[in-house]
Ligand binder design. Structure first.
Ligand code: SF4
Length: 633
C-alpha cells in the first residue's frame, strides 16, 4: 500500500454513532451508559460534592458519610434504579396514587444510605432556589401526579416533552424531595423515554442545565412562568441532537474508531484509556490535534465523555486484554487534570474491588500536580502520577503550562514524602530548539532526587487530516528536521515517532549519571514498577531472552484470545505462531499474549494497527468490552 492509500478511509465500516437514531431502539446497556453519563455530568453528589446549601436544615437530613462515600452510593443507587426502571418500562398504573408510590419508591432507592431513614418529602423552604413553598407542596404534588397519570396514557404524547416536563416539575420547580430530586427526576424522565424506546438526552454540562432553570417560583407570575418553561423545553429538546462530528465521522481504521468511542483505545505496554476525550490546554504540538476523531476536543473547550468511573471498571473487568498486573493510563488522549474528582472516584472503586489489587493506574497530567493528586498518591498505593515536560514550550507559546509550575508541583509531591519512583516524568519532545533547556531540566530533576526519567524525541502523526499542512507546521515549529523523514521506518499513522538518535541519548545520560534516562517506556515499567511486559513489539523480538513455556501452554494462551493457531514453534528467544489464513494477531493481541507469557510471540499473520474488522473481532471475543460503545453487535 502506498502512503496515500494508507490514509484513505476504508470502505467497510461499522455503524458507530454512540446514540442511535430515533428509529432504532437503544439497548439496555446503551440506556444505562447514557443515564450514568448524565448523572456524572449533572450531579454534584455523584462527583463527590455534597451540597447542603439549599436550606439550613438539609445538613441534618443527611447520613454522616464523607463526600466520596456519598458519591459512590449515589452512583450505585442510580445504576440500580435505571436497571430496575428498564425492567419496568412497560408497567401500567391503575390510578395517580399508584404512580406516586412508584415515583417515591424510586426516590427512596436513589437516597438509600445517603439521607437519614424516613426522610423523603422536602419539609423546608429554600432561601437559595425558587422552589414551590413547602405549604403548597401537597397541592402541587397532587396536581402533578394527576396530570402525569393522564399524560402517560395518552398515545399521542411527545416523549421528549413529557420527560422534560417531569424534570422541570420534580427537580427545578416543585423540588418534591428533601434530597436526590435531580437524580430522581432524571431517573423518571429516563423511564418515560425508555417506555417509548426513545434515546436519552445527552447533557452537556451542569452549568448549562442550571442556566435554563427557572428564576421565579412556579405559579407566582404565569406569564414569566410560561416563558421560563418554554426556555427550559427548548434547551431540553436540544439535548437530543447528536453532535455534528459524531454524525459524520468516518474512521480511517479500527484504532481510530476505538479512539473516538471506547474507554480504552489500544493496548501496548499499557492500556491507553480515558474517562473524557480532549483537553482544554490545546498545546500546539499535541498529537491529538491531527486526528479527525479528537481534533474537535483539543484546545476548543469541549470534552467528550467516554466512560464514567463505574463504566471504566465494567469495561476493564469484561475485557480479556486487561490482565491482572496491567497498567491503565488515564489521560491517554487528553489530560487527566480535566477530571480530578473522577480519578479519585475511580481509584476508590478499584480499592474496594479485589479484582484490581495488582493493577497500576497512571494518570497523565501536563497540568501541575494538584493537592487532589497528592492526596490520591498518599491514599492509593497503586496510583501513579505521570507528567510530560516540554522544555521551553511555554516561552515559545506552544503550551499554556509553565515548566516552573510543573516542577513546583513535583516538588510538592516529594515534600509530602511520595516516592519519586511513583512519579513518571517524560521530557520531550526534544529537538535542536529546546535541547539546552531540556538538559537544564534533566539536571534539576536529578538534583531533586529522581532516579528514573523518560526522554522522548519527536512524535508526529496524522489520521485523515491534511498531512502536508500539518507536517509543514511541525517543521516550522522546529519539531521535525525534514531530513529524518527519509527514515525507512514507516508507520501507519505516525510520520515520525519518538525520534532522537542513540548518540543523543548517550550524551544526555552522561550529563545526569545519577538518574537513568529511559528511551522507551517499557524499560521504565518493567524495571521501576515491576510490571510484566511483552518481549515482542511490532512483530519482532524486542528483548531477547530464553523461552520458558511449553508449546502447549503457548497455544492455550493464544486460544484464550479467540485465535486458533495451526502451529506453535518454540525458538531460542521467541515463539512463532502460525495462524490459519484469514486470522490475524493485532499489536493489541500480540502484546497481551507477550505480557501474559512474559515472552516474545511472533505471528505469521500480524497487523500493527487494528482494522475495523479487527474491532468486530475484539467485540465478538470480549477482548475489549465494546457492547455499550458500538452498535451492530
Ligand atoms: S496537555 Fe497533553 S493532551 Fe492537552 S493539549 Fe497538551 S499535549 Fe495535548
Amino acid at each position: 500500500m502506498n502512503e496515500q492509500e494508507k490514509f484513505q478511509p476504508q470502505i467497510e465500516s461499522i455503524e458507530t454513532s454512540k446514540i442511535p437514531s430515533k428509529d432504532k431502539i437503544p439497548s439496555k446497556e446503551e440506556y444505562l451508559k447514557q443515564a450514568l453519563e448524565n448523572l456524572q455530568i449533572t450531579s454534584r453528589t455523584a462527583r463527590g460534592v455534597v451540597d447542603v446549601s439549599a436550606s439550613k436544615d438539609k445538613n441534618r437530613e443527611m447520613q454522616d458519610i464523607n463526600e466520596q462515600e456519598a458519591a459512590n452510593r449515589a452512583t450505585a443507587n442510580f445504576k440500580e434504579v435505571i436497571e430496575q426502571l428498564y425492567k419496568q418500562r412497560n408497567r401500567q398504573f391503575e390510578n395517580p396514587e399508584e404512580l406516586q408510590t412508584f415515583v417515591e419508591d424510586i426516590a427512596r432507592h436513589i437516597n438509600k444510605a445517603i439521607t437519614k431513614e424516613g426522610i423523603l418529602i422536602r419539609t423546608h423552604d429554600s432561601d437559595k432556589y425558587p422552589y414551590t413553598k413547602v405549604k403548597d407542596l401537597p397541592k402541587e404534588m397532587r396536581q402533578f401526579y394527576e396530570e402525569f397519570f393522564v399524560r402517560l396514557q395518552n398515545p399521542t404524547e411527545d416523549p421528549e416533552k413529557l420527560a422534560g416536563w417531569v424534570e422541570y416539575r420534580i427537580n427545578l420547580t416543585d423540588h418534591f424531595f428533601a434530597d436526590g430530586c435531580s437524580k430522581t427526576a432524571k431517573a423518571i424522565s429516563s423511564w418515560i423515554l425508555m417506555r417509548y424506546g426513545h434515546r436519552l438526552p445527552q447533557y452537556r454540562s451542569r452549568e448549562e442545565l442550571y442556566q435554563h432553570a427557572p428564576t421565579q417560583i412556579r405559579g407566582t407570575n404565569p406569564e414569566v412562568n410560561q416563558k421560563e418553561f418554554e426556555l427550559w423545553m427548548k434547551y431540553y429538546k436540544s439535548l437530543f441532537k447528536s453532535p455534528e462530528s459524531e454524525k459524520t465521522l468516518e474512521y480511517t481504521n479500527g484504532e481510530e474508531m476505538l479512539l473516538a468511542l471506547s474507554p480504552v483505545f489500544k493496548r501496548r505496554y499499557t492500556h491507553d484509556g480515558d474517562l473524557m476525550l480532549g483537553c482544554r490546554y490545546g498545546c500546539e504540538f499535541c498529537y491529538y490535534r491531527w486526528i479527525s476523531a479528537s481534533k474537535d476536543y483539543i484546545g476548543t473547550g469541549k470534552l467528550k465523555r467516554l466512560a464514567t468511573p463505574e463504566q471504566m471498571v465494567e469495561f476493564l473487568k469484561n475485557s480479556k486484554l486487561f490482565l491482572p498486573k496491567d497498567i491503565l493510563i488515564l489521560g491517554a488522549r487528553g489530560d487527566a487534570s480535566m477530571y480530578p474528582q473522577e480519578v479519585i472516584q475511580f481509584l476508590s472503586l478499584l480499592e474496594k474491588d479485589p479484582y484490581f489489587k495488582e493493577n497500576i493506574i497512571l494518570a497523565l497530567h501536563r497540568g501541575p500536580a494538584s493537592e487532589t493528586m497528592k492526596k490520591a498518591l498518599l491514599k492509593y498505593p497503586n496510583f501513579r502520577f505521570g507528567t510530560t515536560i516540554t522544555p521551553k514550550a511555554y516561552e515559545l507559546k506552544w503550551t499554556k503550562i509553565k515548566e516552573e509550575a510543573q516542577i513546583a508541583g513535583l516538588k510538592r509531591l516529594l515534600e509530602a514524602g511520595i516516592d519519586p519512583d511513583r512519579i513518571s516524568i517524560e521530557i520531550g519532545p526534544l529537538n535542536s530548539e529546546n535541547i539546552d533547556e531540556g538538559i537544564k531540566t534533566l539536571k534539576q530533576l536529578e538534583k531533586m532526587g529522581f532516579k528514573n526519567v523518560m526522554v522522548r524525541g519527536v512524535a508526529f502523526g496524522t489520521f485523515g487530516v491534511d498531512r502536508d499542512k500539518e507536517l509543514k507546521k511541525m517543521v516550522d515549529l522546529g519539531f521535525i528536521d525534514p531530513s529524518i523523514l527519509e527514515s525507512p521506518e514507516k508507520h501507519e499513522y505516525y510520520v515520525v515517532k519518538n525520534f532522537l538518535t542513540p548518540d543523543a541519548y548517550r550524551k544526555l545520560q552522561e550529563i545526569v549519571p545519577k538518574m537513568k534516562i529511559h528511551r522507551h517506556t517499557y524499560t521504565y515499567y518493567r524495571e521501576v514498577w515491576g510490571v510484566p511486559i511483552a518481549l515482542n513489539r511490532d512483530n519482532k523480538v524486542r528483548i531477547s531472552e530464553l523461552t520458558i513455556h511449553s508449546e502447549d501452554k503457548v497455544r492455550e494462551t493464544v486460544e484464550k484470545y479467540g485465535l486458533k493457531p495451526e502451529k506453535v514453534s518454540k525458538r531460542d528467544d521467541h515463539y512463532f505462531i502460525e495462524l490459519p489464513s484469514g486470522q490475524v494477531a493485532t499489536e493489541d493481541i500480540a502484546m497481551t499474549i507477550g505480557a501474559e507469557l512474559e515472552s516474545a510471540v511472533i505471528f505469521n499473520n500480524y497487523r500493527r494497527t487494528a482494522s475495523l474488522e479487527d474491532v468486530k473481532f475484539y467485540q465478538k471475543h470480549s477482548l475489549f468490552y465494546l457492547d455499550p460503545y458500538l452498535k451492530n453487535k
